[in-house]
Write a protein that binds this ligand. Structure first.
Ligand code: NI
Length: 395
């Protein structure tokens, strides 16, 4: 693949400016999960201009299909396209900061889309090298349940195409721009969401004995939740219970009727997630009912954990090494606790996911995902687009 490697890298350089302009256009015009209408139109138009067959199996998001020589090798490459419902700090991104209040690409999905469109251009340039078919997935709603990946799988579209392998990436600010990080087996956690309402009895803050204080109950519940991971889960197994928001009360001297908690649970198996769910419910029952209050508890099952297939992981490692040398590769020994709905594709197709380093001082892109200052070093496209195209071409 030596010659092909050289061509892939050269093509990535040729299309670099294109990818930068796509990324900046999308960054300026972010759309939140399942509302990616303009983004979808934009991608469809780009694919059509490249001469790629397009499909729209869902309300938003789309799929491109490149037919190569006849073979049963059908490779799917996936990008996600949605922005987060937040405002960004656009100081370092002046020329292309979000023009839509309440929406911002602070998870890098603008970059994933630009990178995939760049890979599409490379693949069209090297179309004679394609054995079989390449499916380019631009999925909506990665950031929000039920997950665009789930919806696309439920649509049956990819199954009909006979997908054999699927690959996806995420920009990662923890690695220097151009690094490629992955591992065999579990890579990212299963994120579930919890919603809790604790109902007490409101009243005057100076007469607590005449009330059932939901704030005190919420405090006890949160502290007790901290014992689930430390006392109920096998210490060799990673798990997280985090309450991310607590809402109760209105002023200094009123005990409210109700406290609301929401949070996330991260695990690597449904079994562990269900154990945590049971323990949360038991704690709520014990604490709240013993004080005479009542509660509602919802445990919304999120995405499965990402579990990288052996052959596909090896393909990433081999292709990355052939393209860029061993120095660029980071073989992780531990998974991360973030979640990704790429896991839905892996439920039915062998697949592997990798991180693409996007940090540099120059781009001030060391801020974490979902931080208002989150940014990427666009030079990551030189690596990402060549690698994505390479994965589709390499047997
Ligand atoms: Ni993301």
């Amino acid at each position: 693949m030596t010659d092909l490697s050289g061509q892939l890298k050269k093509k990535a350089e040729e299309h670099f400016d294109y990818m930068v302009s796509v990324r900046r256009h999308l960054h300026k015009n972010p759309e939140v999960s399942y509302k990616e209408y303009d983004t979808t139109e934009f991608i469809l138009n780009e694919l059509k201009q490249m001469g790629i067959e397009t499909h729209r199996p869902l309300e938003t998001g789309c799929v491109g299909i490149i037919e190569g020589k006849s073979s049963d090798r059908v490779i799917a490459l996936r990008a996600d396209i949605d922005a987060l419902a937040m405002d960004e700090d656009g100081e370092a991104k002046k020329e292309f900061k979000s023009e839509r209040p309440g929406a911002a690409h602070c998870c890098g999905h603008d970059a994933h889309t630009a990178n995939m469109l760049g890979a599409a251009k490379i693949l069209m340039d090297l179309k004679d090298e394609i054995k079989g078919k390449v499916i380019l997935i631009f999925q909506p709603g990665e950031e929000k349940l039920p997950g665009g990946g789930r919806l696309l799988m439920e649509s049956g579209f990819l199954q009909k195409q006979g997908v054999r392998e699927v690959y996806g990436l995420h920009m990662n600010p923890n690695y220097e721009v151009g690094k490629i990080a992955t591992k065999l087996g579990p890579l990212m956690a299963r994120p579930d969401e919890v919603e809790i309402e604790i109902y007490g009895k409101g009243g005057h803050a100076a007469s607590p004995h005449e009330t059932i204080d939901p704030i005190v109950l919420a405090a006890q519940v949160i502290i007790q939740f901290q014992t689930i991971v430390s006392r109920n889960i096998n210490p060799t197994e990673p798990a997280v219970v985090t309450i991310g928001r607590i809402r109760a009360g209105s002023t200094y001297n009123v005990i409210p009727e109700k406290a609301e908690l929401i949070g996330t649970v991260r695990t690597f198996s449904r079994e562990t997630a269900m154990l945590i769910k049971e323990r949360m419910d038991a704690i709520l029952k014990g604490v709240v009912e013993s004080a005479g209050g009542r509660y509602d508890f919802r445990f919304n099952e999120g995405y499965p954990a990402i579990d990288n297939d052996e052959k596909c992981t090896q393909n990433i490692i081999r292709t990355a090494t052939e393209l860029f040398g061993e120095d660029r590769l980071v073989e992780l020994d531990k998974p991360v606790m973030g979640g990704e709905d790429f896991a839905f594709y892996q439920q039915e197709f062998p697949g592997a996911f990798y991180f693409l380093g996007s940090r540099s001082e120059e781009a001030d892109s060391g801020w974490s995902w979902h931080h208002p200052k989150y940014n990427i070093d666009e030079k990551a496209f030189l690596t990402g687009s060549a690698l994505m195209a390479g994965l589709a071409l390499k047997e």
